[in-house]
Design a protein around this ligand. Sequence first.
Ligand code: ADP
Ligand code: ADP
Ligand code: MG
Length: 455
Amino acid sequence: MNRVLVANRGEIAVRIIRACKELGIETIAVYSDADQDGLHVHLADKSVSIGPAPSRKSYLNIEKLISVAIEERIDAIHPGYGFLAENDEFSDACARNHICFIGPSGDIIRKMGNKIQARKAAVEAGVPVVPGTNEKNSDVEEFARAAHEIGYPVLLKAAAAGGGRGMKVVFDERELRNFYQQTQAEAAAAFGDGTVYIEKYIQNARHVEVQVLFDHYGNGIHLGERDCSIQRRHQKLIEEAPSPVLDSKMREEMHAAALALAKSQNYTSAGTIEFVVDADSRKFYFIEMNTRVQVEHPVTEMLTGIDIVKEQLRIAEGHKLSIEQRDVQFMGHAIECRINAEDPFRGFMPMPGKIEHLHLPGGTGVRVDSHCYAGYSIPLYYDSLLGKLIVHGQDREEAIVRMLRALGEIDLKGIRTTVPFHERVLGNPDFRSGKYNTRWVEESFLHELNKPVEV
Ligand code: ADP
Ligand code: ADP
Ligand code: MG
């Protein structure tokens, strides 16, 4: 592999370019009209303009990306996360044009991208799934019967959903009947597929996921779990590993379940198997698989010392996994804060604009993955992630203190960010004691955020 096209922008494009450089691989960046000043454009060996700012016309334009790939004689495309990373047609288009897609085949993406199909695959692999429906139900009466059997509250979930959207919690049959059609219509509009199914809504839930790596020779390993229960609107804000809620038996079972599911699909590349843990019954259930590198992958890299993006590149090149399960060591504790250009005091309103001044933290155990620099203007077209601050410590307490220290070093002027949100979560006694669930931010924390405090 000599030349890789990075079909993404922002921090993940920068992350991939960095890995390629270290492996001696040339990189081609692509950019929209809104991203001419993007850091990925500066860092890549070459960059190519791919069209207007709206993603549909640039970062999601399969035809354009393939034609750039052919013209530039690249060997492989890395899709990053978001955009085309879980688009089966893109993976297929690469294959048709003899371009290596750094990720699994279109068939696997298709299957795992549909949450109903993925549930079926999990059941077949002997992995527990959340009680729910495994067939697409077209009739509200069937839904009502199923929900009655499962017990309320239930989630109406779009099979093709992603990014925390396409989900509606309903607490009784009246709500189910009210929201049934609306959820279908919204899913059809947002994801091009109106298929909806039902899952029991776990009220005291933790989100715990397992990172896996599989090569093309049937070898697979897990790199442990990440706890991503600090969420707002079903979107992750803080992730950590190891998970404070797993005991060693549950941890082992969850890792084994993740490997069993990936193996049953002949999975290749890096992937993540997501579970919800019912903190009351202490059972875990599969919810979905992400067939790509994830935003929070650095947490695992800090814990294991394994470079997940380099492994993806090596696997795509046809190499066997460079590590065996017994070589994977988990050291200490790692935490990641997603720093967004949003105002946490005004309902997380997006805050595009110009970064007038920027100083980023450093020191022992601190990693920053960001595309931001002083003078950079954040375009309003894309998601608001400015970067990720990741820390590693000998234990959870040291990691928390280190994160607070590093957050305090961030000096960013010009726009509002979610840094104050993170500082207050990390300082909160519930977080400190590990006692939180996926609803904690919205139900127990946000009202506190809006109280005035001495800074
Ligand atoms: P997405 O594709 O949007 O990531 P997921 O199925 O991974 O969708 O769900 C996103 C989040 O929604 C989870 O992290 C969790 O917080 C919540 N969630 C999903 N399914 C359930 C469930 N059955 N019970 C409770 N919470 C759930
Ligand atoms: P991860 O666990 O990797 O963060 P998420 O399920 O939170 O995955 O989000 C999946 C990807 O989808 C993210 O990488 C993000 O960039 C992208 N994404 C999140 N929200 C949206 C959205 N509203 N529309 C399109 N893409 C989104
Ligand atoms: Mg998910």
